[in-house]
Design a protein around this ligand. Structure first.
Ligand code: IPM
Ligand code: MG
Length: 352
């Protein structure tokens, strides 16, 4: 039997707890569908800084390079927020990893499940038909431009994009739109930013290759408003790194909880799957965090990395069933009820 090698990078905070549940579910997939996984765990984030002084150690990079796919939990530790001047930060591990593995396209689907409507802050009638996917550029823009201080009084961050960086993710977004409702929205700030004008220009040129796709443009401030007032209009959203970071947290709130949204990060040779949420340090070690975003990220891995759509659907179906039957963690449960992280993982694994 072919063995898939999976690098597990649980990271910080609730990362290890939700990762354990994803592994449980993958093992259930293995038993049910006759698949075999070989896991190798590696350090990342604050945990890696504490152990070896580097948030993305060389050893971790080698394990990722040798894997068929990477599953990533979360990084971050509030101890590093106390002193904003402190040099090394856990998040740098995530950025180094994205850059070194060439993961330029971050794909974040947002679906509003009927059973979770009451968790959304939006009125239920606005949630009808909400089903969109954000393509967030992940290795350029403000995150990776030159930054620094100008004496003690000033500071700067630079936003740079090349046509090639725009083109490669835009093609993925166009192709995805063709397989969905055929609508692509480029979100930018081209009334102000030169990089945004380059994005518009490049994406407009590419449109000729995808005649079936209806392309439109929105300024990011307007997009934020539309995501709240009219989220069902969106199909595929394409945007640069920082705008995508901000809008996908907004999208997660619309969907009802940060705890349910998965993501895939794709590149030319490697791929990584991680929940949209962060390390949720307040919940660390308490067995209360929602493991579903991590479990659905594993489902995206089965689909995107291995092409196992039936297996991925089984995992998605089991998660949806847990919503429908109310077997959920406290973030999704009415009046503070709710099951533990591991109970929800067990429940979902048992239904595969
Ligand atoms: C995300 C996170 C990261 C980002 C942080 C942890 C560096 O917010 O994946 O959305 O800003 O990209
Ligand atoms: Mg974010």
């Amino acid at each position: 039997m072919e063995v898939k090698h999976i690098a597990l990078l649980p990271g910080d905070g609730i990362g290890p707890e939700v990762m354990a549940e994803a592994v449980k579910v993958l093992d259930a997939v293995g038993r049910r569908f006759g698949r075999s996984f070989c896991y190798e765990t590696a350090l990342v984030g604050a945990t890696a800084i504490a152990a070896v002084g580097n948030p993305y150690p060389e050893g971790t990079h080698r394990i990722c390079l040798a894997s068929d796919a990477v599953l990533f939990g979360a990084v971050g530790d509030p101890a590093y927020d106390l002193n904003p001047k402190a040099g090394i930060r856990p998040e740098q591990g995530l950025l180094a990893m994205r850059k070194q593995l060439g993961l330029f396209a971050n794909i974040r689907p947002t679906v509003c499940y009927p059973a979770l409507r009451r968790c959304s802050p939006l009125r239920p009638e606005r949630l009808d038909g909400v089903d969109f996917v954000v393509f967030r550029e992940l290795t350029g823009g403000l995150y990776f431009g030159r930054r620094g201080r100008e004496g003690d009084d000033g500071a700067f961050d630079t936003c740079i994009y090349s046509r090639e960086e725009i083109r490669r993710i835009a093609r993925l977004a166009f192709e995805t739109a063709m397989g969905r409702r055929g609508r692509l929205t480029l979100v930018d700030k081209s009334n102000i930013l030169e990089t945004s004008r380059l994005w518009r220009d490049e994406v407009q040129q590419l449109q000729a290759d995808y005649p079936g796709v209806q392309l439109d443009f929105l300024f990011v401030d307007n997009a934020a408003m539309q995501l709240v007032t009219n989220p069902a209009v969106f199909d595929v959203i394409l945007t640069e790194n920082m705008f995508g970071d901000i809008l996908t947290d907004l999208a997660a709130a619309v969907a009802g909880s940060m705890g349910i949204l998965p993501s895939a990060s794709l590149g030319s040779g490697h791929c990584l799957f991680e929940p949209v949420h962060g390390s949720y340090p307040q919940a660390k070690g308490r067995n209360i965090a929602n493991p579903v975003a991590m479990i659905l990220s594993a489902a995206m891995m089965l689909d995107y990395a291995f092409g196992w759509t039936e297996e991925a659907k089984a995992v998605q179906g089991a998660c949806e069933q847990s919503f429908a039957e109310g077997f959920v963690t406290q973030d999704l449960a009415p009046e503070g009820a709710g099951h533990t992280t591991s109970e929800v993982g067990d429940w979902i694994a048992a239904r595969i």
